[in-house]
Design a protein around this ligand. Sequence first.
Ligand SMILES: [Mg+2]
Length: 412
Amino acid sequence: MLNRRKFFTAAGGVIAASTLLERPHIVEAVPKAATELGKVKIRDVKTASVRLSYYNAHLVKIITDSGLYGLGEAFNRSGVVDHINGIKRQIIGQDPLQVDYLWHKMMDAGIGQGSRSGSLTGAISGIETALWDLAGKILNVPVYVLLGGKFRDKLLIYHDTGSPNTVAPKPWVQEAKRSKAYGFKAMKFDLNRFRGERWNRTLSSQDMKAWVKILEAIRAELGPDFPLGVDLHWAYNTREAMRFVQMVEHLNLWFLEDPMPPENADAFARLTAVSKVPIATGENLFTRQTFRPYIEKQACDIIQPDTQKCGGLLEMKRIADWADLYYINMLCHNMCSPVGTIAAGHACMSIRSFVALESDSVELPYWQDIIKRDGPIYKNGYLEIPNKPGLGIELNEEVCRKHLGKGSGFFD
Ligand SMILES: [Mg+2]
């Protein structure tokens, strides 16, 4: 333990004494940083791809010369592991406490390969997450403390439900019941599976009426106030989206996600200005640069970054804090193992405008067992973040090894 005199010397008067005395975890962090800075060096970055439902969770492990390691998860699509192996040389030999510096080093080194978007950003996001885990372990604080501290004690989870292969409402209601049985207190349904015309971004009145019937049945099951979102997966044009939001005005939808393709902020701004249903978008945007027009034009009501895709934990916080200047709230898109989910959760704890975090794969029988745990990961529809150093999680090696993706080793 540190006495007060030593502490004030170490802190250098940067942080007000009253704040520190109210928050003893910060008191512990500051002098520890002074002693640990520059002492740990990154030796290597390795991956293990664990099979989930129809994609692999690309887990990232940063190995150091101190014996400590950092764990993260990169975005789940192809090419990401190759990108991690290519970009890791930018951080080998470096001090893992320099998280944002190393992030910029990787992003700049990867410009020619597309580091501002796509799989390379997903790869860098996973490395960045593992750097935070490592920094938290070195400094002996949870990652959310490093990101500025917490605004809440637990995170609302919204369940991305299954999408029955029918326009008959009953199976959709069954999905809502199943989701409620898991304990979820918020959910969203993917509704764009059925449409007569695939290519011209239109939707027949008949299809649209069928969807409204599905949503009416789900709403009747869940009650008038249950948070119920709809995802249209980028399928329609602006006018069709305007028509749809008018047809569902009576359903008190929580949000409508991605009714149009994700590239045109002006089109989204046009829809958002007239829609009584809150419009959400962002899972296919990368870094502050591609979020910029959506925020500056107030082209959505809810920004929806994916932590492991948009650039990582700090980049998501920067995006959300910027959107908050326009009073745009944040939903956190998420398609991860418990590693990426809890990592995203640390960032969500530290973001003022956070609303809810997505659950994608909890139905998978071994999803929760990818990490060691005492009880269920979600409790009554909420996620509680471990109050331990770093991300506060450990992998269950036996389960991970049993479900490795094709051709993947376990951090070999
Ligand atoms: Mg979506």
